[in-house]
Design a protein around this ligand. Structure first.
Ligand code: ZN
Length: 483
């Protein structure tokens, strides 16, 4: 937003537009039908009244990268809380939790034999540093995680590398397949005596940049220094092996840990009118990886959910249920006591355990900002009027019913699902996302404003339908295991 006066004028315009459409002559006192309001929210988002782009622009410009537990993440949380208060949200507060931070430091990699060549790497998150003079070894390449895990070859003194390729798919499913070696590769390498672990980047691009990401703690430590290698460099090492030569690589990292720091979740409500104890929860994460500015992962997710609820806030009436925005901290990192990710998600679910029965529905936005193309709803409402109304409101946005009910929502809301909270998912087109994910290229210029606003339109419309009513999303919800 260029300045405060313009912002105020735009917001007054939204309220007038919405009231003109929704209230009608003589209807200012009563709340119009939920589907009518959902349609108007959708149109207001598409008409340029969403604050999503200005939110993500300001977030990524003011703070840049926001690694879990860093001053950047903490300051971004304080900024977000102040901003949410100024936007008129209720119950705005910060919920801190203790954390061990990780700092990349400097890093380098080079092929030292059969010929000297530079390589582009990024240490995996939580990876320990190398010795001060680095670590060097012959590289043994495994084509998949399964091949490494099944191998009986001793790797003493060697560098284990997995060259598994990520497949580009619209639903992002290729990531789930390809990420296994990033999570458990260091453990498998260490068990065979390897001195370091190398991974072909979990990403679909062919740029000379490496995709970082978290790995897993084993017995309170990440077992060996571990790095992602740019995809063209991974190709190069494979061709060297195909020539019958053995690549020998030197790796260096000065990564370090910061004990006793903290991260935090930012919570803000739009208080409901008649069922205010019931909560519809919208999640996204405020932390990011350190190489880019976390525009798509997950600045836009926070922007989409805040902008959607801000459009509702501008209405002359409230939905029946409370709509809660949670901007999670520390989504990206593993912790010794929560070995893989979703740290802010676990902290929120644990801190609000007694309220879980009143959390009626939850979903998160964390797959970039390209358009929403399918909607998945809980099994309990897979048939019936709620789903039909949602499809009517979303179809003009090009959003189709997902083939399956929503089962997983993402790292931040999955702890809620394990506590019995039904999930929905507004699934985004992820075809392009993994070219940029966890790289230096995750920056604001990659955000497509029209697609960002389509996301806001879908979230605002769907959430209004869910919040302004008494639909039970839980009744037939399948029981989840606690795993
Ligand atoms: Zn993310």
């Amino acid at each position: 937003m260029p300045n405060g006066n313009n912002a105020r004028r735009a917001l007054t315009g939204v309220a007038l537009l919405l009231c003109a459409l929704a209230c009608g002559p003589g209807r200012a006192e009563s709340t119009p039908a939920p589907e009518t309001v959902a349609t108007q929210l959708r149109e207001a988002a598409l008409a340029g009244h969403s604050i999503a782009y200005s939110w993500v622009s300001e977030l990524t410009t003011r703070f840049g990268p926001r690694p879990a537990g860093s001053p950047g993440e903490q300051q971004a949380a304080e900024w977000a809380a102040a901003k949410l208060k100024a936007l008129g949200f209720d119950n705005v507060h910060i919920e801190p939790f203790a954390l061990t931070g990780w700092v990349r430091g400097t890093e380098s990699a080079a092929l030292v034999a059969p010929s000297a060549q530079p390589l582009v790497v990024a240490a995996l998150g939580e990876s320990p540093p190398t010795a001060a003079n680095g670590v060097e070894g012959d590289v043994v390449i495994f084509r998949s995680f399964q091949e490494l895990a099944a191998s009986r070859a001793p790797l003493a003194g060697k560098i284990a590398m997995v060259s598994q390729r990520m497949v580009r798919t619209q639903d992002g499913e290729g990531y789930g397949e390809a990420v296994a070696p990033r999570i458990d590769g260091p453990k498998e390498a260490a068990q065979r005596g390897a001195v370091a672990f190398l991974l072909r980047s979990v990403g679909t691009d062919s740029h000379r940049q490496a995709h970082t990401g978290t790995t897993r703690y084993v017995d309170a430590k990440v077992p060996v220094p571990s790095f992602a290698l740019s995809n063209p460099d991974a190709d190069q090492l494979e061709r060297i092996v195909a020539l019958g030569q053995i690549p020998r690589v030197h790796l260096y990292s000065s990564a370090s840990y910061v004990a006793g720091t903290h991260s935090q979740n930012v919570v803000a409500d739009l208080k409901g009118s008649t069922r205010s104890r019931e909560v519809v929860l919208l999640g996204a994460h405020l932390d990011s990886w350190d190489q880019g500015t976390g525009a798509l992962d997950d600045g836009t997710g926070t922007a989409i959910i805040v902008a959607a609820v801000k459009l509702m806030r501008d209405l002359p009436h409230r939905p029946q249920r409370t709509v809660r925005v949670v901007l999670y901290g520390a989504e990206e990192v593993a912790q010794p006591n929560a070995p893989f990710g979703d740290f802010g998600g676990n902290a929120y679910a644990a801190g609000h355990l007694s309220e879980m029965p009143l959390h009626v529905l939850a979903g998160e936005s964390d797959l970039g900002a390209d358009r929403v193309y399918t909607l998945a709803v809980p099994e309990a409402v897979a048939k019936g009027e709620f789903r039909q109304a949602a499809e009517r409101v979303l179809r003009p946005l090009g959003v189709l019913p997902a083939p399956r009910a929503a089962e997983e929502g993402g790292a931040d809301v999955d702890p809620l699902a394990r506590a019995g909270v039904p999930l929905f998912s507004l699934n985004q087109d992820a075809s392009r996302y993994f070219d940029l994910h966890h790289t230096p290229d995750d920056t604001l210029d990659k955000v497509d404003r029209a697609q960002l606003d389509q996301n806001v339109a879908a979230w605002a419309a769907f959430i209004w339908l869910a919040a302004d009513g008494d639909v039970d999303f839980r009744s037939a919800a399948p029981q989840r295991s606690g795993s």
